[in-house]
Design a protein around this ligand. Structure first.
Ligand code: TRP
Ligand code: SF4
Length: 330
């Protein structure tokens, strides 16, 4: 007997080309999960419109993100990769879930509070953002959601929304559980904040070796190491941490000792890192170039994914509308 694989849904914002933090922290994991789960991966463009943006750039960012995911090894024949706005049921379910979501819960989300504090005035979409996220997940009856620490609060809200909806309209949505990924938490070039596009502290995944080299050169190192003949402490240095993630183990061990004995300067150490990085990422870069040369292929993969996603989403919505008493009898 074949048992249905548990289902996963995860979403990623189309904030442009992937960076090393996305790759090591999430994408590598997404690639692995297709072995054991029925995976739905969604490029969440409807979430992206809640922050100021240029329409022409958004489409480009969606495309580049899809290229990055596919080039990183995500196999579209073994998972469902799609763009959220191509499946209108996300927005429909979001509206319906809004009816069982307490306003106070939305107002207390840290992501909302941070943004509204930062900007002063915000649009309603930023407040209802987590309901759309709940819809993304519940539409597909996802059992597990691979999330980082920053999204746990949103997932908890999704569970609560599912509970409330089930309480009101009958048991239907499973409460999705987090899948705490073994993905790494990668700090940015500043060595302080998590690597992110918006902080501008990132190493682009698809950059050419020269560009990688100059970006890595800007990384913050052990602040106590002022001169080249001072010994350094690799264990407080993010460059060393990155070596641990991308360099061969011998290289990493070598750098550790050389740093402690002032046998290597930081520039050299960084160049060694960017060299290793360039090598590690070369196959991804090549696949990306190949995909960019065939944009129709990329859009078709996304379109096929959306066809499948819509089929599943539609079944859910037929049931949801029926239970909520909407529309004519089925
Ligand atoms: N809010 C998530 C983020 O900013 C992205 C997201 C949207 C998501 N929908 C999702 C993540 C559903 C997991 C599941 O990273
Ligand atoms: Fe960091 Fe390398 Fe400089 Fe040591 S040598 S402080 S590990 S960059």
């Amino acid at each position: 007997m074949t048992q249905r694989k548990p289902r996963i849904l995860s979403g990623i914002q189309p904030s442009g080309a992937l960076h090393l933090g996305n790759y090591l922290g999430a994408v590598q994991n997404w690639v692995r999960l297709v072995d054991d789960y029925d995976c739905f991966y969604c490029v969440v463009d409807l979430h992206a419109v809640t922050i100021p943006y240029e329409p022409a750039e958004l489409r480009e960012r969606i495309f580049e993100l899809a290229v990055g995911l596919l080039a990183s090894g995500l196999d579209p024949d073994r998972c469902t990769l799609f763009v959220q706005s191509e499946v209108p049921q996300h927005a429909e379910l979001q509206w319906l879930l809004g009816a069982v979501t307490p306003l106070g819960e939305l107002q207390r989300m840290t992501q909302f509070k941070d943004k509204s504090d930062q900007w002063g005035s915000v649009n309603a979409g930023l407040l209802t953002y987590p309901i759309l996220q709940a819809a993304d997940i519940l539409l597909y009856h996802a059992d597990r959601v691979p999330v980082g620490a920053d999204q746990q609060q949103h997932l908890e809200l999704t569970r609560e929304v599912a509970r409330r909806w089930n309480g009101r309209f009958g048991e239907y949505f499973p409460e999705p559980r987090p899948l705490l990924t073994r993905g790494a938490r990668i700090l940015g070039l500043d060595g302080v904040a998590k690597m992110s596009k918006s902080k501008g502290n990132y190493i682009p995944l698809l950059a050419e070796p020269d560009a990688l080299k100059s970006v890595v050169r800007t990384a913050v190192t052990d602040p106590a190491r002022v001169r080249k003949d001072d010994p350094g402490n690799p264990h407080v240095c993010n460059v060393f941490d990155l070596h641990g993630h991308v360099s061969p183990i011998e290289d990493r061990d070598d750098v550790e000792i050389l740093c402690q004995t002032a046998g290597i300067g930081c520039v050299q150490c960084k160049d060694r890192l960017s060299g290793n990085l360039a090598e590690l990422l070369a196959p991804i870069r090549e696949r990306a170039a190949e995909l960019r040369a065939h944009p129709d292929r990329v859009w078709r993969i996304l379109g096929d994914g959306a066809v499948h996603a819509r089929r599943v989403a539609d079944e859910t919505m037929v049931e949801v509308r029926a239970r909520m008493g909407l529309g004519p009898p089925a």
